[in-house]
Ligand binder design. Structure first.
Ligand code: JHZ
Length: 398
C-alpha cells in the first residue's frame, strides 16, 4: 500500500509557463496537491495522485532537451555507446523530444514516439519516422505491425512520467525482440534522497525510480533488469538495462552492487523517507531565511534557468517577485512568459544577466558546472550564485 511521506502543497503544472492576455491578466491556472508516497510492496516512490497526462503533454510543450550543451554531448555519447554494445538493427525512442538522441542514428533504423505534436513535428521534418502519440499497448501493436520488433528501445526522462507502469512495460515487452534491450534513464532515487533535491518531484515526475523498484515492476511484464549504469546528467541519473525474462544474459555484478547499496540506504523502509521529508522542510526554511536577509540588504536576486524543478521550489517555498526580479533562460519559447504559480517574468540572459545582478539562484542546479564555467566573469565581477542542493548555500568560486 502507498503511504504519504511528503506534502509540498498546491502546485501548478510545471510546464505551464504563462502569457498575459490583452487585458494584462493571466488565465486561471490548474492546481493540484503535490504529495509523494512510498509503496513498500514494489519499493516504489511516486506522486500520491498523478495529473492527467493530456493536461501536461500538450502541443505547446516547452522543454527542449537539446537546449543545453551538456545534454547534447551526453545523448551523443549514449547513442554511440548503445549502438556499439548492442548492435541493433531496428531501434525506437519513446519520448524523443526534439530529436537530441535519435539524431545520432541512421534515419532508416530508428523510430520516434513523442506525444507533444510541436516536438514530434521537429523529428518528422528531419525525416525520422515519428509517431505523435502517447506510448501504450495500442500504439505498440500498431508500430509492431508496421515496422516489426525492436532490438533497442531507449527512453530518457519519459517512463517516470507515465502513470500506468504495467501497461507501459507490457507494451514494451510486446515489441522488444527476443534478444532485444530496453534502456531507460531517469533521475536516481538514492541521489534525490541524499542530495535533498525535492524539486525532482513535480507533476511530470510521477515516479522516481531505484533498482529495487524497477526490478520489481518489470518482472510483472515478463522482463528482467540485468544491468545498471550511473550518469551525472540531471543531477544524477540511472540507466536501467532490461531484457526479456528468459534472455541468456546474466545479471551483472554492478546490478547486485546497486541493490545492496539501496538496501543499506534503507530505501525499503518508510522511515528513510520520513527523515528525507524533515530535511526538505529545513531546506525551505534555510532558503527563505537567506533570501529575506539578502533582500534586507537591498540585493538584486534573480533565478538562472526556468526549470520545471524550480516550479516546485518557488511554489513550495512561496518565492515570487518579492524575492526574485526575474528568471533568465535561453529557451526562446519560455522568454516573455511568466513562471507557473508565482508569475515571475522570464527573460533572455542577454537582457537580464549582467553586473547589476548580485545573486542568481540556480534553478538549473543540475547544469551547475556548465553555467558556472560559462558565467565566470559574473563571479569575477562579484556576482554570486545560490543553490539549495545538497544544502542551501552561496557559491562564490568558479
Ligand atoms: P532542465 C525537464 O526538467 C523536464 P527541468 C522533464 N520533465 C524532465 O524530466 C527533465 O527535464 C529531464 C535553461 N538553461 O532540462 C534551459 C539556460 O537558460 O534542467 C532549460 O530551460 N542556460 C522533461 O526543466 C533549463 O535551463 C544554460 O546555460 O527541471 C534547464 O532545464 C543552461 C545549461 C540551461 O530541467
Amino acid at each position: 500500500m502507498k503511504k504519504k511521506f511528503l506534502n509540498l502543497g498546491m502546485h501548478p503544472i510545471a510546464n505551464s509557463f504563462l502569457k498575459k492576455d490583452k487585458k494584462n491578466n493571466f488565465k486561471k491556472e490548474f492546481f493540484y496537491n503535490l504529495a509523494v508516497g512510498f509503496d513498500d510492496k514494489n519499493f516504489l516512490v511516486s506522486l500520491m495522485k498523478p495529473v492527467n497526462p493530456k493536461k501536461q503533454y500538450t502541443d505547446t510543450y516547452a522543454h527542449r532537451a537539446s537546449e543545453s550543451k551538456t545534454m547534447r554531448i551526453a545523448f551523443h555519447s549514449v547513442a554511440k555507446k548503445l549502438q556499439k554494445r548492442f548492435k541493433p538493427n531496428q531501434s525506437m525512442e519513446i519520448g524523443s523530444n526534439d530529436g537530441v538522441f535519435i539524431r545520432n542514428f541512421n534515419k532508416k533504423k530508428i523510430i520516434a514516439v513523442e506525444p507533444c505534436k510541436n516536438l514530434a513535428l521537429i523529428t518528422k521534418n528531419n525525416n525520422f519516422k515519428t509517431y505523435p502519440d502517447f506510448w501504450n499497448v495500442n500504439l505498440s501493436k500498431k508500430i509492431l505491425k508496421e515496422n516489426g520488433e525492436m532490438d533497442l528501445i531507449f527512453s530518457a526522462n519519459t517512463i517516470s512520467h507515465i502513470p500506468n507502469l504495467k501497461e507501459t512495460f507490457d507494451a514494451i515487452s510486446m515489441i522488444l525482440s527476443k534478444q532485444g534491450t530496453m534502456v531507460i534513464e531517469d533521475p536516481y532515487l538514492p541521489i534525490v534522497i541524499k542530495s535533498n533535491s525535492y524539486d525532482q518531484f513535480y507533476d511530470e515526475h510521477v515516479y522516481v525510480f531505484s533498482a529495487l523498484s524497477i526490478k520489481s515492476i518489470v518482472s510483472k511484464s515478463h522482463l528482467r533488469l540485468f544491468d545498471m549504469e550511473l550518469s551525472d546528467t540531471h543531477g544524477g541519473s540511472m540507466k536501467y538495462f532490461i531484457c526479456k525474462k528468459n534472455d541468456k544474459r546474466k545479471n551483472t555484478k554492478r546490478l547486485s552492487k546497486y541493490l545492496t547499496i539501496e538496501m543499506n540506504l534503507g530505501l525499503n523502509k518508510f522511515n528513510t523517507y520520513k527523515k528525507f521529508a524533515q530535511r526538505v522542510q529545513k531546506s525551505k526554511k534555510d532558503l527563505l531565511n537567506l533570501l529575506k536577509n539578502l533582500k534586507k540588504k537591498n540585493k538584486k536576486i534573480i533565478s538562472y534557468g526556468a526549470t520545471y524543478k524550480s516550479t516546485t521550489v518557488f511554489n513550495y517555498c512561496k518565492i515570487g517577485t518579492k524575492y526574485l526580479d526575474y528568471v533568465v533562460d535561453t529557451t526562446s519559447n519560455k522568454q516573455g512568459k511568466f513562471t507557473p504559480g508565482q508569475h515571475i517574468p522570464i527573460i533572455s540572459p542577454e537582457k537580464g544577466f549582467n553586473n547589476n545582478v548580485d545573486y542568481a539562484f540556480l534553478g538549473a542546479w543540475n547544469f551547475k558546472k556548465e553555467i558556472i564555467q560559462k558565467e565566470k566573469d559574473f563571479i569575477k565581477n562579484g556576482g554570486k550564485f545560490i543553490t539549495h542542493v545538497p544544502n542551501v548555500k552561496i557559491i562564490t568560486k568558479y
